[in-house]
Design a protein around this ligand. Structure first.
Ligand code: PMM
Length: 301
């Protein structure tokens, strides 16, 4: 709590923002802990994300929530301005930047390492200028052609997530012979485009993209075979938090558990991912997951 005048997230939403004192060193990617799985907190600055839509829709609410994640032990905070819900409207790059850039600046000033969840190279570039240290791109085969050059030039770590088609037309594309093999092959083809642009292998973080053009059985197959992804030699990130496949697993009386009731199941996926050598887990409930990855590391010695 050394950079704040008041504890974040403790008062009613109308309280003034905690004052962020100047002089806190921003955390760099190179400073991240090793020896345990990392926790990436999800901060969607959107009115309509599937699991936390509207919670952090204003700049102040988002900064407050991000500060709370930082002090709850998030290693990285993933800030996104555009919802990936299948029924969501695409927004302009200007609107995306208006939503996220002040949040990125404030959290960097507080000493957090920020990744930015964007499919737009121009937003990624502005976010890097604002202090973001990682770019998280869910666009898959719809890759912005300017992205590889930007990542090569800025040397920023890049999360390459698997998806098919536009994020709004994924479900019909959930059609695989061998989902694990096809996801790996599509990811490595995309990765090679980054190599061709001059991106270094250690900059690339791979993510199987749970729920993106995948049904529950595909998600479980990918988790069951996560070693086939980690063996490729890149850091691997998993985003299982509150996803549909957990909701359908927890069905009672024919009704899938709603997103808010999927946190315990998410925790179980984080423990299992950590025990499989996954580099990071992208989660909503930072405090619980931060404890869980520490327990897993201690258990494994
Ligand atoms: N999932 C969502 C958004 N961004 N990024 C990565 N790298 N991996 C994911 O699995 C992922 C992502 C959708 O979930 P949300 O609405 O809870 O953010």
């Amino acid at each position: 709590m050394d950079s704040l005048a008041a504890a974040p997230g403790t008062g009613p939403a109308t309280n003034p923002l905690p004052v962020i004192r100047a002089g806190v060193k921003p955390r760099r990617f190179e400073d991240l802990p090793t020896g345990r799985t990392l926790v990436m907190g999800i901060l969607n600055v959107t009115p309509d994300s599937f699991s936390d839509g509207g919670e952090h829709a204003t700049t102040d609410a988002a900064i407050r929530a991000g500060l709370k994640m930082h002090y709850d032990g998030a290693d990285i905070i993933d800030v996104g301005g555009e919802s990936t819900r299948p029924d969501s409207e695409r927004i302009s790059e200007e609107e995306e930047q208006r939503r996220i850039l002040p949040v990125v600046q404030a959290l960097v000033k507080a000493g957090a390492l920020i990744s930015v969840d964007t499919m737009n190279a121009s937003t990624a570039e502005k976010a890097i200028e604002a202090g973001a240290g990682i770019i998280n791109d869910v666009s898959g085969v719809q890759l912005d052609p300017r992205m590889p050059e930007l990542i090569a030039r800025t040397k920023v770590p890049y999360i390459l997530m698997h998806s098919r088609g536009s994020v709004r037309s994924q479900d019909p594309r959930a059609d695989y012979g061998d989902v694990v093999e096809e996801v790996i092959s599509e990811l490595t083809t995309l990765r090679d485009r980054f190599y061709e642009a001059g991106v270094a292998p250690e900059q690339i973080i791979l993510d199987p993209g749970l729920g993106f053009a995948k049904n529950a059985e595909h998600d479980w197959s990918l988790l069951r075979n996560i070693d086939r992804l980690t063996v490729l030699g890149h850091r691997v990130l998993i985003g299982a938090s509150r996803k549909r496949f957990l909701g359908s697993l927890l069905t009672t009386a024919g009704k899938a558990a709603p997103p808010a009731e999927r946190d315990n199941a998410t925790l179980a996926t984080s423990v299992l991912a950590a025990s499989q050598g996954v580099w990071g887990v992208r989660v909503h409930d930072v405090a619980a997951n931060a404890d869980a990855v520490k327990v897993t590391a201690a258990w494994q010695g």
